[in-house]
Ligand binder design. Sequence first.
Ligand SMILES: Cc1cc2nc3c(=O)[nH]c(=O)nc-3n(C[C@H](O)[C@H](O)[C@H](O)COP(=O)(O)O)c2cc1C
Length: 198
Amino acid sequence: MRYHLSSNYCIIIFTGVVKIKGIVIYRSKSGFTRKYAVIIAESLKYDLVEQREINMNRLREFDNIIYGAGLYAIGINGLSFITKKLTQLQGKNIAVFACGATPARKEDIENIKSSNFRHGELEKINFFYMRGGFDYKKLTLVDKFLMSLLKIKLKAKKDLKGDALGMLNAYSHPLDFTSEKNALPIIDHFRELEAANA
Ligand SMILES: Cc1cc2nc3c(=O)[nH]c(=O)nc-3n(C[C@H](O)[C@H](O)[C@H](O)COP(=O)(O)O)c2cc1C
């Protein structure tokens, strides 16, 4: 920044590039979403914060906003934190990523989108899905109870195979599918936005 003093006026001329400010906000019950949030924030050099620690006043400071959370009974945990603020956040680049145990299959991703977003919301939000994992020991008591009901259902099924069998095994052997590679599409999306604004 250069200052030019001329008679009574002080004219400030900005000569540097104005840095785009970005933030990754996450909500994570057993740590999988947090892993992705850390990878994304470190790659893009964005701030990183848990959803419960941020309010609208601070959110307004950022140009690029990423919200990530786990998938619970197909719902993206705490998604309304972002969708309720879409009007106030107009003009900002917003992305949401969901982190579930389900593999990243096209039809499942479409199902997550249609179950979580209302008409028009996906025109303002870029959505990404990243496969997380499953760790029964890290669940809350309520989630343990819900998952034990699913376990009973799974056990009652004959000829268990594929995802259902994998899920049943995961109760005793935690699964972790998180990888830096899975986070690349969202990282590249924001790098492209920044390059376009440079
Ligand atoms: C009660 C319960 C419901 C879940 N429902 C889904 C689901 O609908 N789809 C899915 O892909 N994963 C589901 N999962 C798995 C979580 O989404 C997965 O463990 C995720 O990685 C958790 O992320 P987090 O630890 O960051 O919250 C469920 C897990 C629990 C405990």
